[in-house]
Write a protein that binds this ligand. Structure first.
Ligand SMILES: [Fe+2]
Ligand SMILES: [Fe+2]
Length: 140
């Protein structure tokens, strides 16, 4: 996987910035890893004709994001986070959404790469810039 990262510098879908840090090291580390994985998925989608590659990456994203949400929820509980339920509900919605994206690509023969990139980027960044950013404010 490492060699793929080095090839894709110029085509990042989501650019990591230090200001995205929420203040819990292991969560921040996973956010960076997830952004890397999303970027690789997009860059591979751009190179390959087959939807199978996309489905493979989406499966990987799904399992990593499930584990990430569990970690974030554990921290929120320990912190007594005031918007725990709302944040957890949004995690559940995101898991449904990625399943829907996978179903769409399983059923569609022709992959629209631009649309794929937009869906993937919106999917992650909307939660990240609202719910995770709110958690950051709470921690500060
Ligand atoms: Fe979250
Ligand atoms: Fe998160």
């Amino acid at each position: 996987m490492v060699f793929i990262f080095s090839e894709m510098n110029e085509m990042k879908l989501i650019e990591w910035r230090d200001e995205f840090k929420i203040g819990i090291d292991e969560v921040d580390f996973e956010h960076q890893e997830l952004i890397d994985l999303i970027n690789v998925s997009f860059s591979e989608a751009d190179k390959k004709e087959s939807n199978m590659v996309i489905l493979y990456f989406l499966g990987d994203i799904y399992s990593k994001i499930s584990a990430h949400f569990a970690l974030e929820e554990k921290h929120m509980k320990e912190l007594g986070y005031d918007q725990y339920e709302d944040h957890k509900q949004d995690h559940e919605r995101l898991l449904d959404d990625i399943m829907n994206i996978m179903d769409d690509y399983r059923e569609t023969a022709n992959l629209d790469k631009k649309e794929f990139g937009e869906r993937l980027s919106d999917w992650f960044t909307q939660h990240f810039k609202t719910k995770d950013a709110r958690l950051h404010k709470f921690i500060k």
